[in-house]
Design a binder for this molecule. Structure first.
Ligand code: KIV
Length: 277
């Protein structure tokens, strides 16, 4: 039976019932389709695309055009999940106009249900303008990879009282600006719990402990398709790189030995036709 389309009220409902919201990243048709059919609530076309699919060193080089290209592919595989497009570095920081226009591209060209941007107080104007333009927005606080250099690297955020208070304050400001959900990345579990209790919108954690309203992971981390590192907070459910490597080695060996293709994989021509060639 087909699942119903996940909507913002449905996400709020999941929180209200004390159930957990599930979110994963996808950047193409097959991944989106497999997780949509598995029953995922939300799919994020993350700018992690840059590292796990495009092979960049960080997320900074990712362009709007790259994001739109991959979002369109993920959209084709998404039937029921709520699809969120991740605004890449410098698609919203320079001006409110950039922010609204680029958010609009995710909706018009990418077919998204919402967009996500990183940051707190410094992006409140952008978040509000996007919301006022009628586009649902997800906030993202804590370790925000686009600002990793400014934050001193890929480190846990909000570990002292002052930093924790700033993140709580940012969460309340993002909610006030219209964000319907907030991602909390790499912050202490107790801080994530506190934020989750203070805001009314669902929080989605990644490296933020079990008390958020939902959880998100970068799919390539959890299926073992990203070889550079596995973050401490990511659980690897399967190591697809080993399984794929094995399949590739078997194929190479079989082709070299003439064991593939066999008759089963070949097309036949009638003998009388063959004789006329
Ligand atoms: O780009 C991404 O995949 C993200 C998640 C880590 C939340 O922003």
């Amino acid at each position: 039976m087909d699942r119903k389309k996940v909507t913002i009220p449905e996400l709020q409902n999941i929180k209200a019932k004390g159930e957990k919201i599930t979110m994963l990243t996808a950047y193409d048709y097959p991944m989106a389709k497999i997780m949509d059919e598995a029953g995922i609530d939300m799919i994020l076309v993350g700018d992690s695309l840059g590292m796990v699919v495009l092979g960049y060193e960080s997320t900074l080089p990712v362009t709007m055009d790259e994001m739109i290209h991959h979002t369109k592919a993920a959209k084709r595989g998404t039937k029921s999940a709520f699809l969120v497009g991740d605004m890449p570095f410098m698609s919203y920081q320079a001006s409110i106009e950039d922010a609204v226009c680029n958010a609009g591209r995710f909706m018009k060209e990418g077919g998204c249900d919402a967009v996500k941007l990183e940051g707190g107080a410094e992006v409140i104007k952008q978040a509000k303008a996007i919301f006022d333009a009628g586009i649902p927005v997800v906030g993202h606080l804590g370790l925000t990879p686009q600002s990793a250099t400014k934050l001193g690297g890929f480190k846990v955020q909000g570990k002292d009282a002052e930093a924790a208070k700033r993140i709580i304050d940012d969460a309340l400001k993002l909610q006030e600006a219209g964000c319907f959900s907030i991602i909390l990345e790499c912050i202490p579990d107790k801080l994530a719990k506190m934020i989750t209790e203070k805001v009314t919108v669902p929080t989605i954690g990644i490296g933020a402990g079990p008390d958020c309203d939902g959880q998100v992971l970068v799919t390539h981390d959890m299926v073992g398709l990203f070889d550079r590192f596995v973050p401490k907070f990511a659980k690897q459910y399967v190591k697809l790189s080993d399984q794929m490597g094995g399949a590739f080695r078997e194929y190479i060996a079989e082709v070299k030995k003439g064991e593939f293709p066999t008759q089963k994989h070949s097309f036949v021509m009638k003998q009388e036709e063959l004789e006329k060639v």
